[in-house]
Design a protein around this ligand. Sequence first.
Ligand code: NAD
Ligand code: WQD
Length: 338
Amino acid sequence: MSRLLITGGTGYIGSHSAVALSKTGHQVVLYDNLSNSNRTILQSLGLIVGHHMSFVEGDVRDTKLLISTLTSHNIDAVIHFAGLKAVGESVEKPVDYYANNVQGAISLLQAMQFAQVKTLVFSSSATVYGEPRYLPLNESHSTIATNPYGRSKLHVEEMLADIAASDADWRIACLRYFNPVGAHESGLIGENPSGIPNNLMPYLAQVATGQIPELSVFGDDYPTTDGTGVRDFIHVMDLAEGHILALTYLSRNTGWHAVNLGTGKGYSVLDMIQAFEKASGRQVPYKIAPRRAGDVAICYSDPKKASELLKWRAARTLDDMCASTWRFHQFRRLSVES
Ligand code: NAD
Ligand code: WQD
C-alpha cells in the first residue's frame, strides 16, 4: 500500500485510475485545477469506492502547493495525468500546451525533488511515435512528434530520462497510452468532454443519444480492410490497472522505463460504429467525409513489453468498451433530466 498523489485526478483517466488504485488498497490524493473536469465527480468516486477521496484544488505549476501537498500527505509516489490533450488545439495554442504540460512537469519535478519523492508514473502517448514506420509499434520505434501536444509529451519523457540518469534513486515509468475509451462498469464516471468531442468514441456516443445528428467518418480510402482508419482502442479500466502494475514494477526497479499500454489489436472506424450500434441498440447515422489532417491510417501497439515487465495485459473486449460508454451516457442523461 502506498500514499499516492494523482495529478489530473478528477479527469477522465485520472478518475478511473483513482478508483482502481483505491480499490487495491492505495491511499490516493487527487490534485486538479478543474480546467477540464468538475468537482461533482468526487461524489461519484465516493459512491464507487465507499469512502471520500482527498482532493486538493490546485495547478501543477503551483510548486509551493505541490510541496505542501506531498509533505502533508506523506506521499510515496506520484501519477501525473494533469495536462492538456487536444492535438488540434495544441497547434492553435502552443504556449498553453507547453505551459501546462512542460512547465507543469518541471514544477512537479521540482516539488518532488524538494520533498524527496522519487517515484513517478507519467501519462505519455502513442503520439510520440509519429507516423508508424512499422507495425505493431514497440517501444524501440523512433520517436518524433508532429504537433505541439506530441512534442510536449516527448519533451517531458526526455526530461524524465535525464533525471533518472542523473540520480539512481528515481523510479520513472512513461506509459504510452494508445486510444483510451469506455467507462467504469458502474456507469457513474466516464468520458464527458465539454463542447463537440474531438475523439471518435465520445462523438459516437453523442450521435447514438441523438445529441449530434450524424458522425463524419474521416476518410474511407486508407489502405485498411474497409478503407477507414484503424486504432488500438483500450478500455480505460484496463489502462487504469496498468498504473497499479507500473507502481508495483517501480517498487522493485529504479530507472526510466517507457511502456506501451494498448491491446495490440486494431479496429476500424466502421468496426467501432457497428460495435456501438450493437451495445446501444441504436442506429448511428454516418457519412463519409474527407480525411482529417494529421491522421495516420493504422496505429496499434506491441503490448509485449507491458506483459513482460509489468505482467499487464488488456482483458476487456470492444463490446465491454462500447457497453460501458453507453451505460455512462444513459446514467448521465437520467441525472441531467432528474
Ligand atoms: P482529462 O482532460 O480528462 O484530464 C486531465 C485533467 O488534468 C483534467 O481534470 C484537468 O482539469 C487537469 N489539468 C489540466 N491542466 C492542469 C494543470 N495545469 N494543473 C492541474 N490540473 C490540470 O484528460 P485525460 O484523457 O484523462 O488524460 C489524462 C492524461 O493522459 C493527459 O496527460 C493526456 O495527455 C494523457 N493521454 C490521454 C489520452 C486520451 O486519449 N485520453 C491518450 C494518451 C495520453
Ligand atoms: C480515431 C479514428 C479518426 C472522430 C487522438 C490523439 C492521440 C491520443 C488519442 C492523446 C481516426 C476517426 C474520429 C470523428 C472519425 N490522445 N474519427 N470521426 O486521432 O487516433 O488519437 O486521441 O494522447 O494523440 O491524436 O483518436 O478518436 O480522434 O480518432 O472518423 O468524428 O476515428 O479519423 O481514424 P486519434 P480519435
